[in-house]
Design a protein. Structure first.
Lengths: 344, 344
């Protein structure tokens, strides 16, 4: 008898239990109280018959729960990444399912309880989502479940993830400025050691170099990523002898304090100084005057991409390998009125 | 035999079914397939014995699911009311339970599916929450379940709700200005017909009247509640002969365009013009220069209050009346640098 011929029915018959019980045991289904003795009988039967308990055996579940969980750190409670939920939800709806969102508030114990609650409720899969792009470890409770990491990366090669393309974002921010003619450029970067700060700066510098702007004419300073954080570095940067005529701020909140520093120094935007932000937080970009050119984080698109990948796992036939995919999604530039050619 | 002596055991015995089945039938538990014949036998037995199927009979459920649902319109996906979730969650945690959040996106059909999904998962109760203060109808699916309406009012007298105290908010905004000495005042109100616009204006006018400011010296103009909406009305208001020296903007986004109008007219804040906002959206209030004095919507406190009331219902003993409470929570003033005494 070849391995491929062994079915779950054979295992059930050999172990003297139902097919459902075999499925629960081999998929390690949570929320099922199955006696340890039964579990070991099922595993023994499966081993003896050469039945491969594979990670997608979970699709043997007799019916879908028509729900997907989104475990987020603080996506639902802060103003920055809510569209992740909208993007995921729009895809989940096309599968006639609902999205159940939890908020861990970075509390590991709470996160475990929430994951347990979702698995107990037999969600069909879990989106594990971060408010800002970082490297995460997938909680062990989610092993063997359909899972996609959203707005974060993971080092686990068996897990799919999606993040914004930060490097290209930095490149495109510089591109807007060099195409407008700027040859002395500045970046006010987030002082935090996170992927976005490193990658946006690398992309920004690379685009400047590609435009043959000398390194000496590219100034990078650092501040906290809030509405006050860029003020002091911007004052320093813009008081230099040969000051930058185009500045890229790590995010829109920092761009807000670049506007303030410029006003303080008597520099008009965009005539004397061009500014590019990041996040396209409309409250800021459309509230500032002149409107701020900024890059959009693809929150909606990442949410939708992740939900689609999750369903690719959920829908994979039993026995098929789980498809693993990763993606960096582009951050489109939204042009407003804060960039023009440099003063002569 | 008095009615109070009849127990669920008696009904179960008379109907020839289990206590659990009686409980499911009488609480109209969702997700339970019970034959129509069984249902009517249970109802008949309950009627004959005079057993009162009351709205809190649901607490007869043998065990708690240790979860609470939050059905929100777009709280989790927009930047304005996320702290509602945080406040609710902090209370839910003290009950060793988790909060499952759904987002209806104002779609009635989706909302029904989400409520059904939550009830199928046997949540212990539901918070029915709105992104902004309005009047809502509690969906019929939630009848008989523990439910609290959050950041909205309902006309159903059996349902508890909590909203911000908008009238006192308007009163307090005027209070900040009249105490600083302003005698000619303006409000730029939201043009939408919602409780907040009517009540804030009424409170604002009442406080002006209490300070003996003549009606003729209180100007109210209207605009859309966004970062651009107050610009044109503010230009008109501040170009008047005897212009207001203190202006209350319906929200911080509108205050942002009051700042812009003031700059355009050469009026300095706060020396020439004092400004008070509403929402205390920190991205704006701390990003504007000078920092914007604003009122905080008590989102966190409303979330916590609603979750506490929900648990009062969940924990009510079987047969006890469901406690109904309503609350208007104060919107505290956060003083920053945008208000001073009027120019002489």
């Amino acid at each position: 008898m070849t391995q491929s011929r062994v079915t779950i029915r054979d295992v059930a018959a050999a172990a003297g239990v139902s097919i459902t019980t075999v499925s629960h045991v081999l998929t390690n289904a949570s929320g099922k109280r199955i006696a340890a003795e039964t579990r070991s009988r099922v595993h023994r039967a499966a081993d003896e018959l050469g039945y491969a308990a594979n990670p997608v055996a979970r699709t043997l579940r007799t019916r879908r729960s028509q729900s997907v969980g989104l475990v987020g750190d603080e996506i639902a409670t802060t103003p920055f990444a809510g569209k992740i939920i909208l993007g995921a939800q729009d895809v989940v709806r096309t599968h006639d399912a609902v999205l159940l969102v939890t908020n861990t508030a970075y509390d590991v114990e709470l996160e475990q309880r929430e994951i347990r609650a979702l698995l107990d409720r037999r969600v069909d899969g879990v989106l594990y989502a971060a408010m800002y792009h970082r490297v995460v470890a997938v909680p062990p409770e989610l092993r063997g479940e359909p899972v996609v990491v959203l707005n974060a990366r993971t080092e686990d090669p068996t897990v799919s993830w999606v993040v914004p393309d930060e490097y290209t974002g930095g490149w495109d921010a510089a591109d807007v400025l060099v195409r407008a003619g700027h040859r002395v450029l500045g970046m006010i970067n987030d002082e935090d050691d996170i992927p976005a700060s490193h990658l946006r700066e690398a992309g920004f510098r690379a685009r400047c170099a590609a435009a043959a702007v000398p390194d000496a004419d590219v100034t990078v300073m650092f501040g906290a990523p809030n509405t006050d954080g860029a003020f002091e570095p911007a004052i320093r940067m813009l008081s230099q002898g040969e000051r930058p005529t185009g500045v890229f701020a790590f995010n829109d909140r920092m761009a807000m304090s670049v506007y303030r520093a410029a006003a303080m120094l008597g520099l008009r935007i965009p005539t004397d100084l061009s500014v590019v932000g990041f996040d396209n937080l409309e409250i800021i970009t459309e509230g500032l005057y002149p409107g701020l050119t900024s890059l959009t984080l693809p929150h909606y698109e990442m949410g939708a991409w992740a939900a689609e990948q999750l369903y690719a796992q959920i829908d994979a036939p039993a026995g098929a390998p789980v498809p693993v995919r990763t993606a960096k999604l582009r951050c489109p530039v939204v042009h407003r009125a804060s960039v023009t050619s440099p003063p002569r």
